[in-house]
Write a protein that binds this ligand. Structure first.
Ligand code: HEC
Length: 169
């Protein structure tokens, strides 16, 4: 009978479909995990190099230290770019946000006068003075990628990812 055959085929397809979707679901899960990892990149992950921070220091001296001072501590009307107050202003934001803030508004007396490509180097220097760890790759000039790096005042707790309970009682 045709209809019976069709039903069997349907069941068969459904079974194949189910096992395929099982594999699919697993791949999706892996993908989701990978995305979660890349989205949880923070300034603690070694996102700039020492060399870049050194370049940034010179640029900072040229464009920024007049007001924010060589110590980055600022003065009177100029806020610091280092320390607790600065970090609590920016924690939870991204390097993309900080990049845009600098690009659009700094130096306050001459916004836009710093070449766009110089800003990641200045950011690297600011991060290094704030004692964030250096890494192997330079901070990108790609604003889209900068938006994926979160500023966190304190190191995110990695315990649920890496710590295994191997204490024996
Ligand atoms: C002529 C003085 C002057 C110069 C030069 C200057 N700034 Fe500023 N900056 C200020 C003042 C004043 C403020 C506070 C007012 C404001 O937020 O717009 C400020 C605020 C900031 C903030 C916000 C701080 C916070 O906690 O939110 C950042 C970041 C910053 N400056 C970075 C820079 C960088 C990087 C440079 C160099 C490219 C620079 N500034 C050059 C005067 C200056």
């Amino acid at each position: 009978m045709r209809s019976k055959g069709a039903a069997a085929t349907l069941i068969g397809l459904a079974t194949i479909g189910a096992s395929f979707s099982g594999i699919h679901a697993q791949q999706m899960l892996l993908l989701a995990q990978e995305t979660a990892v890349s989205e949880s990149l923070t300034v603690w992950d070694g996102v700039f190099t020492q060399k870049q921070a050194d370049r940034g220091k010179e640029l900072y001296t040229t464009h920024c230290s007049e007001c924010h001072l060589g110590t980055l501590m600022g003065s009177d009307m100029t806020p610091p770019l280092v320390g607790g107050d600065f970090l609590s202003n920016w924690t939870g934001s991204t390097l993309g946000d900080l990049f845009e803030r600098i690009r659009k508004t700094m130096p306050i007396n001459k916004p836009g006068s710093v070449p766009r490509d110089a800003i990641p180097d200045i950011l690297a220097y600011v991060l290094s003075v704030n004692k964030f760890p250096v890494g192997e790759t330079e901070l990108t000039h790609d604003a889209q990628l900068l938006r994926k790096i979160r500023i966190e005042a304190t190191k995110p707790d990695q315990s649920n990812k890496t710590n295994r309970r191997d204490k024996s009682e």
